[in-house]
Design a protein around this ligand. Structure first.
Ligand SMILES: [Zn+2]
Length: 126
């Protein structure tokens, strides 16, 4: 256990997925030794991502507007849909497109997202 806010930082870092207690402590001490500018960049981007990023109303991908860049792209074939497991898998879509399907996509990271796909406007898609 460390004093006050240092332990708070370790505890908060340890809540992040994939960060165990030792990693949380290592990151905390990295931040304690880091230049103030480096820490400021991190706090700025954390604040900015929470203030400006949302999940696409149509597919669940990360987006800066109601629809993500793929769902709002009029060049996409609206009659096809490419379901990926998680938003990070959206990066694989160009590879899929090479194989002949210039489809829209949808991330389905959990059951609620999958249920969303079964509702309009997706129900008319084959
Ligand atoms: Zn989308």
């Amino acid at each position: 256990m460390y004093e006050g806010v240092v332990q708070d930082l370790i505890d908060e870092l340890g809540r992040l997925p994939g960060i165990g207690p030792k990693s949380a402590q290592r990151i905390a001490f990295h931040l304690l030794r880091a230049d103030p500018e480096e820490v400021a960049r991190l706090t700025t981007v954390l604040t900015e991502v929470k203030a400006t990023i949302r999940f696409c109303a149509r597919c669940g991908n990360v987006a800066q507007a109601e629809l993500c860049r793929i769902c709002s792209d009029p060049r996409r074939d609206q009659s096809k849909i490419c379901v990926v497991e998680a938003p990070k898998d959206e990066r694989k879509i160009p590879q899929i497109a090479i194989h002949g399907a210039r489809a829209r996509h949808a991330a389905a990271p959990d059951r609620s997202q999958t249920a969303m796909l079964e509702q309009p406007p997706f129900e008319h898609l084959g």
